[in-house]
Ligand binder design. Structure first.
Ligand code: CP
Length: 317
């Protein structure tokens, strides 16, 4: 593996999940793999779980880790080719990224979308510029449209918990939120579950909240949340802003918040969320504080997803 931006960078999802679970059982088993290797984790946006879990994963592999909060401490970066830099940006990514490529063996990058320019966001302008100019493997710590470390974690968690012979029913449900959020987590979860192909996969959201079909194709899309939830084994709760009329909030319909009453429609489903979560907006206290919630278990598994991805890259270097 020479980059990790999308499920399309992965040859064997099941193999990756199995290896991640073996790291969970024995975190230090490949402690010499990253010896004398250095990873730079660049954050253009905030993070808790991704930052810490990737750091722990790299340390488990014996790597040295340096974290750089570009958005806070670095020069304002320019990403447009042929930009006339007479505005607020100070350094072009084509000047900064090659230097990072000399300092590090692997680069992890978190960049959020603008939610204003759909074309730029969906072309993954920022992360692709780093890939183009850094000359070393790049790992997405969440990009404009996808969050692959989160989605790999989600599949690891589902595989670990679901022990029945049949396929699980997994429902991705839109939830209300007070802010316009990216589509990344929902896009990515849909992309990975579809590529994995081992679930009965349903997506439910209000009309006008359609996601990009490039990621959802293969899922059943139902606009009635109650219908969608029936007999679910896993319910993945997430807000996203509109994709078609880009980056808007049309409804903040509290009826879409997941509650215990709605869970009675399911097979006592396990409830997932990538976190951070707005309590009693996206998900009720009663669920988050109940045994149905696996959000802490899920977030803890972030380490093993990061560790298996870094190990696959290190193996080839
Ligand atoms: N789920 C997730 O990416 O969390 P952070 O934003 O805290 O990294």
């Amino acid at each position: 593996m020479n980059k990790f931006i999308s499920v399309t960078d992965v040859a064997d999802i099941d193999g990756l999940i199995a290896k991640a679970l073996s790291y969970k059982a024995n975190p230090r088993m490949d402690q010499s793999l990253g010896k004398n290797k250095r990873i730079g984790l660049l954050f253009l946006n905030p993070s808790m779980r991704t930052r810490l879990s990737t750091q722990l994963a790299a340390q488990n592999l014996g790597m040295e880790v340096i974290i750089f909060n570009v958005g806070q401490d670095g020069w304002a970066l320019e990403f447009e080719e042929e930009a006339i830099m007479s505005g607020n940006t100070v350094e072009h990514v084509k000047d900064a990224a090659p230097i990072l490529g000399k300092y590090f063996d692997i680069l992890g990058i978190r960049t959020f979308p603008s939610l204003k320019n759909k074309e730029d966001d969906y072309s993954e302008l920022y992360i692709n510029q780093f890939i183009k100019y850094a000359g070393i493997p790049v790992v997405s710590l969440e990009s404009a449209t996808l969050h692959p470390l989160q989605s790999l974690t989600d599949l690891i968690t589902i595989q670990e918990i679901f022990k029945e012979k049949r396929k699980p029913k997994i429902v991705l449900t839109w939830a209300p939120h007070v802010k316009a959020l990216p589509q990344c987590v929902a896009n990515s979860f849909a992309q990975w579950v579809n590529a994995w192909g081992q679930a009965n996969f349903v997506i439910t959201h209000p009309e006008d909240y359609e996601l990009d079909q490039k990621f959802t194709k293969g899922a059943t899309i139902i606009h009635d949340q109650d219908d969608a939830l029936r007999d679910a084994d896993f319910v993945y709760v997430k807000n996203w802003s509109t994709f078609i009329d880009y980056g808007k909030i049309y409804t903040n319909d509290t009826e879409w918040m997941m509650t215990n009453e709605k869970l009675t429609l399911t097979r006592s489903a396990k409830v997932m969320h990538c976190l951070p979560v707005r309590r009693n907006v996206e998900l009720s206290d009663e669920i988050l504080d109940s045994k149905n919630s696996i959000v802490t278990h899920q977030a803890a598994n972030r380490i093993w997803a990061a560790q298996v991805v870094l190990s696959e890259i290190l193996k080839e270097r």
